[in-house]
Design a protein around this ligand. Structure first.
Ligand SMILES: [Fe+2]
Length: 227
């Protein structure tokens, strides 16, 4: 399903980057991860639970692709920290209990670059910086920060984009009720080929069908397993 040459090339490029970083610096330090996720939680308690759920489902998807070892670790850490750049976004915007105005949306978009720059300064975590940088790119090229398109976007970032959207839609927000898992998957299929990589959406659909989530949305299932 994900076996196109371009897809393999993107994965291979990301893998080479990850492998080189891991070889040079060792695997990401759990202490560094904990400090960063704690800092993020202090800023926004919603974000940490969200990131944990995104990491869980992203790893399920990547395992379906045969990812393991450092590739899988890089994706897991990138998912846990993908919104770490929100540390640099004002609370008045981050916690606004209403949809964002266009100017506020422009400011919040900076979190992808801020997060990537921050993580890049930690040598042992640098393999995840490009994944974080591109997690809001769109498959049709209209995303941010660089407007990459299709398989120019690292595969790990394409997986993260789909799983991130699923979790956001199925989580309650101050200004809207959560969607059901079925409705959220419907929205992802509607965005397949424009916002999202259609192959990743299909793969996620397959993974969720085959994974016992007890009918719960991913975030609730992750919380229940962690309890
Ligand atoms: Fe984000």
């Amino acid at each position: 399903m994900m076996g196109s040459n371009h897809t393999n090339h993107s994965k291979s490029t990301t893998n080479q980057h990850a492998a080189a970083a891991a070889k040079n610096a060792g695997l990401p330090s759990l202490e560094a991860l904990k400090v960063l996720t704690d800092a993020l939680e202090a800023k926004d308690s919603y974000t940490r639970a969200h990131c944990k759920s995104v990491a869980h489902v992203a790893v399920l998807v990547a395992r379906h692709l045969g990812w393991q070892g450092e590739d899988l670790d890089c994706l897991r850490y990138a998912a846990l920290l993908h919104d770490v750049g929100k540390i640099g976004i004002p609370d008045s915007i981050l916690q606004k209990p209403a949809p964002l105005l266009p100017a506020e949306y422009e400011i919040i978009q900076r979190h992808a670059q801020i997060g990537s720059d921050l993580i890049n300064r930690i040598t042992s975590l640098s393999c995840i910086a490009p994944i974080i940088l591109h997690h809001h790119e769109r498959f049709d090229g209209y995303g941010y920060p660089h407007g990459l398109r299709g398989e120019e976007i690292p595969l790990a970032s394409r997986i993260l984009a789909v799983v991130d959207a699923l979790d956001a839609m199925t989580s309650p927000r101050p200004y809207r009720a959560p969607l059901s898992l079925a409705d959220a998957m419907h929205e992802l299929h509607r965005g397949a080929g424009s916002q999202f990589d259609p192959a990743v959406v299909s793969l996620l659909s397959q993974v969720l069908d085959e994974t016992v989530l007890d009918g719960a949305v991913p975030a609730a299932a992750v919380e229940r397993r962690a309890a």
